[in-house]
Design a protein around this ligand. Structure first.
Ligand code: MG
Length: 256
């Protein structure tokens, strides 16, 4: 039997940059009775706090089995003595950050895909990851569902984001530039992706690849969940949090 069920966050446990649905909170409680559960995302820790940990249904008493991996596992948090504790973080230096931010600005400018209307900061320093959000970090917060729709429509086939990546990457060859979420480009140290996070948690929990089931919405080649599958972890692709709910219900039914 699997020991760890790992989930992508955006598009898998919740709609992009949105609150964890209560139904998912309730199902996670049940899952935490039987498995270690990891949530891994390109998003920063604050997003986990705002969108996941605020869920009223989630049972704090079960957090000892919950593992949070923001920014693709370059940070890792566990729950001990009634609070979330950072196990480690792997952050950029000041000069590395400056170099990356300049490259993102230049590449985005050159792409011609910069929109006139944007919402909040475009470039966000996530300490161990720098992220360009082409429409701005706050679009969902400011526009709600309409914002999500705009995000979904902006670049559904990743074409624009790939062009931006191709312009930025040569400027900072020592780092890795890749498509993040719907409208984001992530820069990390090379080799940092969700597979990296999975390796880290395997070390920490002393488990093997075979012990993990990963559930995500972007498992196709080029997607931000693909590295986990390519690494050889059993992976299940879903296309919405509702499908994730069905997947969790199925897991719970099977183990009964
Ligand atoms: Mg996703």
């Amino acid at each position: 039997m699997k020991k760890l069920i790992a989930f992508d966050l955006d598009g898998t446990l919740a709609p992009s940059k949105s609150l964890l649905p209560n139904q998912i909170g309730l199902l996670l409680n049940q899952l935490l009775d039987h498995f270690q559960v990891c949530i891994i995302s390109g998003g920063k820790y604050d997003i986990f706090v705002e969108n996941v940990l605020t869920n009223k249904e989630l049972d704090k008493n079960k957090f000892k089995n919950l593992h949070l991996m923001p920014t693709c596992g370059t940070r890792y948090y566990v729950y001990e003595n009634n609070k979330w504790i950072k196990v480690y973080s792997e952050d950029f230096s000041k000069s590395e950050k400056k170099q990356i931010i300049e490259a993102l600005q230049k590449g985005f400018e050159e792409s011609g895909y910069k929109e006139i209307e944007t919402y909040g900061e475009l470039i966000e320093d996530r300490e161990s990851q720098i992220t360009l959000s082409t429409l701005g970090q706050d679009i969902i917060r400011l526009l709600g569902k309409k914002g999500l729709q705009i995000k979904e429509d902006w670049d559904p086939n990743d074409h624009k984001k790939r062009i931006i990546c191709d312009l930025v990457q040569p400027l900072i060859p020592e780092f890795e530039v890749k498509v993040g979420g719907l409208t984001s480009i992530d820069v990390t140290k090379p080799g940092i992706d969700k597979a990296y996070g999975m390796k880290k948690i395997m070390e920490h929990l002393n488990i093997k690849k075979e012990d993990i089931l990963f559930i995500g919405d972007h498992l196709q080649e080029g997607g931000n969940d693909y590295p986990v599958k390519a690494f050889g972890i059993d992976s299940l692709e879903i296309s919405s949090w509702q499908e994730t709910a069905v997947a969790i219900q199925t897991i719970l039914y099977i183990i009964k």
